[in-house]
Design a binder for this molecule. Sequence first.
Ligand code: COA
Length: 376
Amino acid sequence: MDTAPRPVISATGLFTPEESISNEELVASFNAYVERFNASNAAAIEAGEVRPLEPSSVEFIEKASGIKSRHVMAKAPVLDPEIMAPRWEERADEDLSILAEIGVAAARDALARAGREARDVDAVLCAASNMQRPYPAMAIEIQQALGIDGFAFDMNVACSSATFGIQTAADYIRAGHARSVLVVSPEITSGHLNWRDRDSHFIFGDVATAVLVEEADLAPAAHWDILGTRLKTVFSNNIRNNFGFLNRAHPDTADTPDKLFVQEGRKVFKEVVPMVAQMIVDEAGRLGIDPQALRRLWLHQANAGMNRLIAQRVLGHEASADESPTVLDTYGNTSSAGSIIAFHLHSADLREGDTGLICSFGAGYSAGTVFVRKAG
Ligand code: COA
């Protein structure tokens, strides 16, 4: 008999920034920037030395992505055509970092829902794609702010950070290295988004999520059994960000657009959809689960069209909103947090015994599946 401790999800938590930007507001700001740019470069454009910028459109954004609005930590500077980036007061080293602050808010929400005190937690993983600094680890700052005695570290697997974090936490529990692990994903994506890039300015939003992974013996009666986790990576340059300390080695290109988010969106779409659909079906087979009988898919929230295709291939029919809920319409792409927001907001109505799938995919490429079943 297998006597290894069994990992479960005890609860999840969510922090949503108050401010939100609609597509209309975003496009008005972008197009004001385009007009100013083209006006101030009129002579060079006329001479064929500079290419004029093209305006963005609300219709394109909604049709191509499904995104209607996104939350941000600082709305006014992002919409200011002279700035088009987040802005806030720099904090002293003694004060809680902004990334840790929203991570702590999501973590407290998860702890409260599980009826758990922070002192019962053994480890914190800050699993996110947009870390504020290299060190000390954001996770250790979150651990300290919550008053947790144990260990903590950061991990970055881009959009799949949270699912990789859940498997890591589950493995610590199976191995007996921890009994209660917080996987925190604070994603302030507005810092790496190039708000002046027509191809991608509409994609991302800010948020923080937390997942409390615990040994079943410790968990509240109502929890989610983790039936199995699977991770996959395949190197690709189609989603890339070259920002890093070695940019100092070539200062001439320190501020070029590749130091922010860039992608070949079409290629990502074409390559990731079949890879992820196959991975889900294979993993369901390994676990003895009929993929077509899954009660709900909580998919990564990057693009409504990708999710429609993946869900269709897995379920064998066009998924309803109930079978594959969407949060990217109001949150945008929140990187690693997306599938966790979907799970957090759309799981309370499931019944004991219902089986579902949390699934992430993104840069790397990286993809992760977490099959769960409601208990209690
Ligand atoms: N407003 C109006 N038109 C725009 C535009 C904008 N903001 N951005 C691009 N266009 C135009 C392009 O110029 C192009 O015009 P053309 O056909 O005359 O050349 C046309 O719209 C199509 O552009 P394309 O980039 O091919 O759009 P798309 O349909 O592939 O949609 C994405 C773009 C990014 C929404 C889509 O590719 C996507 O979501 N891919 C997956 C992204 C993803 O999951 N990334 C993961 C990150 S973690």
